[in-house]
Design a protein around this ligand. Structure first.
Ligand SMILES: Nc1ncnc2c1ncn2[C@@H]1O[C@H](COP(=O)(O)OP(=O)(O)OP(=O)(O)O)[C@@H](O)[C@H]1O
Ligand SMILES: [Mg+2]
Ligand SMILES: [Zn+2]
Length: 158
């Protein structure tokens, strides 16, 4: 492919830089759409968002949102599905703050249990609680029934 004068080629889509907002970088490959779900982007179609999936060698995704900073509870959910993500705050085109998300060792009331018979899925007033472990992937261990959620954590977010 013939390079354009400024060095890029037709395979690259140049996305406009954002002026003020948030770049969520180093998202686990394949999780960008789940990040959008967590942020409720699908319900707020007026927002200016760009999504870069499978950057370079399919190693990571990136989500960029103009004019918005994330709430702590949104960042906490992103940590569960993408524990290496960084949250970069952009002001006047520059990264002014960068935080890595923090994966907690326990969570309560954030994810429901995958086991339909778990006490947390009955009428009993018991909040779902999980112990979190992280090896190659994040695993949530239900503190009531012992079931493990690993592959589809985003589907069980409350
Ligand atoms: N104004 C902007 N608009 C859109 N994206 C931006 C803007 N400024 C920075 N970014 C993106 O935000 C991310 C973090 O920017 P930074 O300059 O800190 O990159 P970096 O040094 O590669 O960071 P890291 O070491 O965390 O990978 C990068 O993906 C970068 O492309
Ligand atoms: Mg980088
Ligand atoms: Zn359970």
């Amino acid at each position: 492919m013939k390079p354009k004068p400024d060095g890029h080629n037709d395979r690259e889509l140049r996305v406009k830089r954002i002026t003020n907002g948030t770049v969520i970088d180093h998202i686990t490959a394949g999780q960008a759409l789940n990040v959008l779900r967590i942020l409720g982007i699908m319900d707020r179609l007026e927002e200016v968002v760009s999504v870069v999936m499978n950057v370079s060698d399919r190693k990571k995704d990136i989500v960029k949102i103009e004019g918005r900073e994330l709430k702590p509870e949104e960042v906490d959910k992103i940590a569960l599905i993408s524990p290496d993500a960084t949250i970069n705050i952009i002001r006047d085109y520059e990264v002014v703050e960068k935080h890595r998300v923090i994966l907690p060792s326990r969570i309560e009331g954030v994810v429901r249990c995958i086991n339909p018979n778990c006490i947390t899925n009955t009428d009993e007033p018991v909040k779902p609680k999980f112990v979190i472990s992280r090896g190659e992937r994040v695993e949530l261990h239900c503190m009531y029934c012992g079931r493990v959620i690993a592959d589809r954590i985003a589907d069980f977010l409350i």
